[in-house]
Design a protein around this ligand. Sequence first.
Ligand code: AMP
Length: 502
Amino acid sequence: MTLSLSAVSVSEAISEPAVPSRHTNMAADLRKLPILKSSAVGAPMGIRCVAVYESYQLKQFTDLGLAEPILRAIKSEGYTAPTPIQAQAIPLMMTGKDLVGIAQTGTGKTAAFVLPLLHRINELRDRPIANHCVALVLAPTRELASQIADSIRTYGSAMRVSVAIVVGGVKPGGQIRMMARGVDVVVATPGRLLDHVQTGVIKLDRTETVVLDEGDQMLDLGFMPTIRKIMAKLPKKRQTVLFSATMPQQIRSLAEDFLNQPAEISVKPTSTPIELINQKVMHVDRDQKRDALIGILRGNDVGQTIVFTRTKRGADKVNEFLQKAGLSSGAIHGNKSQPQRQRTLDDFRSSKTKILVATDIAARGIDVDGVSHVINYELPNVPEAYVHRIGRTARAGKSGIAISLCEHSERGLLRDIERTIGTVLERETPPGFSGQGERQPRSEERPASARPNNGAADRPYKKFDKPKARPQQQQAKSRKPHRGQAPGRSQSPNSGLQRLAS
Ligand code: AMP
């Protein structure tokens, strides 16, 4: 693999690391890199871009200088080569410098920060100190925290490493007992961590490295004030690593306030997952959605499937009718207790249940291999959530199918999604449906390449284009707005109505 390190302050990273360099061999290797271009151009966040390195050959994990037990664990996972984010982040993290990584889930970024943490822990060999941890990883959701902890155990299976998962939704007793002994790594969601820090159960004054994973999601979930309080409890001399899929202003200021001259690396997913996903829309009436969903789920080619709803109540209702129809499913959303959420996720991961019904928040960061289908039982209010949802399939280079069941009142949301992804989605008739009432996209809406050859599934506009909105609109006036109604979206009568109906 040819690695292109662009706009990374590598030489600064080597010359004066915040934590004394623990990886002199790697640092020496980096010093030997050819500087093909130099640039004095300042990057965002005041990061000094002193050099652009190209053509650094990192073909194997063995080139990264990782300890032998870690290499053994990676090998038994079947990884043959580091992903681009791993090839870039691992050597940089091993120099002890701060790092900002712009990368999404699916790029292998968990191993990118977990492997250097494990390398450091393996080097230390000291027993953990009571109530302390060497490394802290902050994640936005309980599920993601638990997934990261699993990765730490997997990649650390050939060495001694202790991990505490510190998340809300469970009784604190187990966490308190675990912390009394001290651990190598704490993986936490911000709220519960701060509770423990304030009561002295967790002391952060000896923590060497802190990783903030999925920074933009933590921002979306309102965690920034809590994160700032946590950062203030960490020692000044530490390594701080921030991963985020995007860089909104508040994440930038977080980096400016808490990171010390970070190197910045940015990777796109190796293959844009969206290209591997066969995306379709099925236009159905609201009362046809259940039959359409069951029809799809009973298809021969359907494996593990995630069904998305907008609301927690919606997720429970869908789960109920799927179970009544004899399908094996479980629901996951914010009103479920943490043990329930974990059990449901474990059952789905181990294929004990075939279908996971989820809301957006609960599904964030979930990485389950082998999800063949994502079904949007209800379209999301924000188009970006659509991209996030369908990314649960087609993982690790596999292909996947994403089907959206779109009722009349969701057409505004569908248009927003199509605008965001820059494609008009293929229309298809649900299995067992005649296509009656199905909307044929206007010819000018769809690129020639997107038009299916067999028009069998397509029908001209029928009732959906017409007045059906009117009686619903009257009904809407007499009902209170839905609590979850997104601000600024009510201009469209359709989008307002669909929220009332949800
Ligand atoms: P992440 O972006 O950390 O959520 O990782 C996405 C998926 O990629 C996970 O299922 C990992 O097990 C897998 N993965 C991570 N690193 C590698 C690698 N070097 N080679 C193959 N698969 C990997």
